[in-house]
Design a protein around this ligand. Sequence first.
Ligand code: 3SL
Length: 245
Amino acid sequence: MKLLVYHTPERTPQDSLPDCAVVIDVLRATTTIATALNAGAEAVQAFSDIDILMQESEKWLPDKRLRAGERGGEKVPGFDLGNSPLDCVPQMVVGKRLFLTTTNGTRALQRVELAPTVITASQINRQAVVDYLLQKQPETVWLVGSGWQGTYSVEDTACAGAIADSIIEQGKLSLEAIAGNDEVIGAYSLYAQWQNDLLDMFKKCSHGQRLLGLDCHEDLEYCAQTDIIDVLPIQKEPGVLVIEH
Ligand code: 3SL
């Protein structure tokens, strides 16, 4: 198994696909996706475009759907939910499909949606992702960060490093055996530096600062936790994520 880290959807190769794509948007889309599915949502369907989301969700009965998402971190006007994982409680989401649009995470998903396997990772479900990769042993794995509008986001790279770290430890492998590009070594080193203080990193980084400006302190605390839920979101058709059983 070779891991390759790409920091943004824009930096992923256009002319090839991996055996398995792992989409990462720790703040906050992939944390929200894992939380919603863990809380009993039927599926999460991701859209980068709000108009297409409206058209598709219109086909569902109102009591079977939730429209969720953000622009600039704030809830889309008229939607049921924003993009806070803390809103995805069972009373709200059980049995419903979450139609989700976000600025960056849903774009990253779209970028790799044609890969044979697409899963999502965040700090809170890191171990479920590692278990899956160690069990299935895909030959090429892309860890795709979502970034912010085409620019680098340090928290996504730290999560990629957290995945690499566990694969090395639990798979009894060396860094050079799994590193398919130098970004993997950078991500691994970044995680080694911050693993005991991810919340502090989130408070310092640009998107963490943006979220703190929107009063999302509790979201940062939640997203900074490691391995708290055992759920693996996996794509069953382009853009539609369900729990892998
Ligand atoms: O860009 C995204 O996909 C979002 O996760 C950003 S936010 O944290 O909801 O602002």
